[in-house]
Design a protein around this ligand. Structure first.
Ligand code: UDP
Ligand code: MG
Length: 323
């Protein structure tokens, strides 16, 4: 019988874990689906990992790992994919904002041959205006840059084992899970869902963390900003050719341009563009630098009993001879 793994990244979610475990395992057992729940505590400062261990001790189908510090949701998802052993893997938030019933629809679609099932948001749920605006802007920019409509996409999706293996084999460290499944291709189906209210705790995203996420993902998926530098350069050359001719003509006719004002303006404009372009290039160099260092995406400091000895986590995979 096919096994369904559910990957749940959790950061300071101690209040949510017991409830999520109960809801998910109840639902899956009622529907006679063979399952495992894979919790990744993303360097939580509260009792999240202790809750995971408690749940794992009660139910052998629950497995978990803990990061040595907060590595971000993206890392949590990838660690979960690595630990998951199922034939199909669903990634969902552990605050139950992704409705569990939708997961059943995904499972049905998978059984009918879909290799990726994308969860599409019909409604962003109740969020603050600031969050809505910044998330809206983020997706606009992202969709333009990577030429995939991301506005309704989310991290809630089901992946076939094939797809999981493809994603895990990617050597890059700066991943963007949400767009990678589009990039990977495969037979894709979609399910719409309505974002639920968060029951406990609060959202971990601030305006700045969203902006950072946006810039880092945009540049990890597109070289368009780099090409923009070239385009701006070309425009500047065209513009300067026109001005040069005009200046020369006026000079030859004995009527030269007003002195300092022009020079100061030109230096400021050119200087501004140069520094901006250098910044864009610098950003990409920084990304190359990060990739070249080859550090792992995450460090696992602890795994629950039922994982031990089976999957040892990143330290043994990339480490110095392993342990
Ligand atoms: N999360 C995580 N690491 C982080 C931030 C969030 O693993 O650094 C998890 C979090 O525990 C939750 C999911 O990612 O399961 C979504 O986070 P959140 O609910 O804060 O985001 P929102 O639903 O508001 O987009
Ligand atoms: Mg949430």
């Amino acid at each position: 019988m096919a096994l369904l793994s559910i990957v749940l990244p959790a950061y300071n979610e101690e209040q949510n874990i017991p409830n999520t475990v109960e809801v998910l395992s109840g639902l899956l057992e009622d529907n006679g689906i063979e399952y495992e729940l894979v919790f990744i505590s993303d360097g939580s400062g509260d009792g999240t990992y202790a809750e995971i261990c408690k749940a794992a001790a009660r139910n052998p189908r629950i497995r978990g790992a803990e990061f040595s510090r907060n590595f971000g949701k993206e890392a949590g998802i990838f660690a979960g994919l690595e630990l998951a052993t199922g034939d199909a893997v669903v990634v969902m938030d552990c605050d139950l904002q992704h409705p569990p019933e939708t997961m059943l629809k995904m499972w049905n679609l998978w059984q009918n041959g879909a290799e990726i099932v994308e969860g599409i948001k019909t409604d962003r749920g109740r969020e603050s205006l600031g969050h809505k605006l910044s998330a809206g802007l983020f997706y606009k920019i992202m969709s333009k840059l990577i030429k995939i409509d991301m506005s309704a996409s989310s991290d809630f999706k089901l992946l076939d084992r094939k797809v999981v293996d493809v994603l895990l084999s990617l050597p890059e460290r700066n991943t963007f899970f949400r767009a990678l499944s589009f990039w990977a291709g495969f037979r894709t189906a979609t399910v719409e869902y309505e974002v639920q209210e968060r029951q406990f705790g609060e959202s971990k995203w601030s305006f700045w963390s969203l902006m950072k996420y946006a810039i880092s993902n945009a540049t990890s998926f597109s070289t368009f900003p780099l090409q923009m530098v070239t385009v701006v350069g070309l425009l500047a050359i065209l513009f300067s050719a026109v001005i040069a001719v005009q200046t020369l003509v006026r000079f030859l006719m004995g009527d030269s341009v007003e002195g300092f004002t022009t020079v100061i303006l030109l230096i400021l404009i050119i200087g501004g563009f140069l520094m901006l372009s250098l910044g864009v290039i610098g950003h990409y160099i920084a990304r190359i630098y990060e990739e070249v260092k080859g550090r792992p995406k995450y460090i696992i400091s602890n795994v629950t009993e039922n994982v031990r000895g089976e999957v040892k986590g990143s330290w043994s995979k990339r480490g110095n001879g392993g342990n």
